[in-house]
Design a binder for this molecule. Structure first.
Ligand SMILES: Cc1cc2nc3c(=O)[nH]c(=O)nc-3n(C[C@H](O)[C@H](O)[C@H](O)COP(=O)(O)O)c2cc1C
Length: 190
C-alpha cells in the first residue's frame, strides 16, 4: 500500500476543544494553502475565498464579533460562555475560513461550485493532517452569522461560510470514531 493511501485510511480529525494552538510554520501554511487551491473546479471558476485568521486578530474577532453576536443570539448567558467566545479562535494557531462564493455561470450550476468549495475544505484538512497537525473543520454557530460573513469579506446576498478549519497542535493521538459500514454505503453495479 502506498504512503498516501495508508495515511488516508488512518487520518483523523482532532477537535478544536482538544487541541493546543502550537505553531504552524509559514512554510507548512503556504503548502496547505497551495493544496487548498488545487481542487476539482468545473469551469475553473474558483467559486470560493479563503481567509487566514492568525495572531492578534483571533482575539479581536472574539471581542468584536463573537461576543457581541453571541449576546445578540442568546438572551441568557453566563460569564464562562462570554470568556469562551472571546477566546474561541485562540484554540488554534491558524484558522482558515473557507467562503463559498458562487459566480455567474450559464453552464455550471451553483451546486457544483458548492461541491468544489467542500473540496477546498477537505484539501486543507488532509494536507494539514498529513503534516501531523491537529485539524478540525467546524461550522459551529458563527458560520451562519451575517456579521461574521461580512467581516470576512463575504457578500451576505450570495456567499456562505463553508467552515472554519482549525489548525493547531495535538495533545494526544485521537481515538478512532465509528466509520460507515462499507456494504451499507457502497453498491457495485456489474
Ligand atoms: C461542513 C462540516 C461542518 C462541521 N461542523 C462541525 C462542528 O461545528 N462541530 C464539530 O464538532 N464537528 C463538525 N464537523 C465534523 C468534524 O469536522 C469531523 O468531521 C469529525 O470530527 C470527524 O472527522 P474525521 O473523519 O476527519 O476524523 C463538521 C464537518 C463538516 C463536513
Amino acid at each position: 500500500m502506498n504512503e498516501i493511501i495508508k495515511f488516508l485510511k488512518k487520518r483523523r480529525s482532532v477537535t478544536a476543544k482538544k487541541m493546543l494552538p502550537g505553531e504552524v510554520t509559514d512554510m507548512d501554511l503556504n503548502d496547505i494553502l497551495e493544496c487548498a487551491l488545487r481542487v476539482p473546479d468545473h469551469g475553473a471558476l474558483s467559486p470560493w475565498k479563503l481567509v487566514v485568521i492568525q495572531n492578534d486578530i483571533r482575539k479581536t474577532i472574539g471581542e468584536e464579533i463573537l461576543v457581541p453576536e453571541f449576546k445578540n443570539k442568546n438572551s441568557d448567558y453566563t460569564d464562562e460562555q462570554i470568556i469562551f467566545e472571546k477566546n474561541r479562535f485562540m484554540r488554534a494557531d491558524k484558522i482558515i475560513a473557507v467562503i463559498y462564493s458562487p459566480v455567474e455561470s450559464v453552464k455550471i450550476p451553483s451546486w457544483e461550485m458548492m461541491l468544489s468549495t467542500g473540496a477546498v475544505c477537505q484539501n486543507i484538512v488532509i494536507s494539514a493532517q498529513s503534516m501531523n497537525y491537529a485539524v478540525q473543520w467546524v461550522t459551529e454557530w458563527y458560520s451562519y452569522n451575517n456579521v461574521m460573513l461580512e467581516y470576512l469579506g463575504g457578500d451576505i446576498n450570495k456567499d456562505k461560510i463553508a467552515g472554519f478549519i482549525y489548525i493547531g497542535k495535538k495533545t494526544d493521538q485521537p481515538l478512532e470514531r465509528i466509520r460507515p459500514k462499507f456494504d451499507k454505503k457502497i453498491k457495485f453495479l456489474d
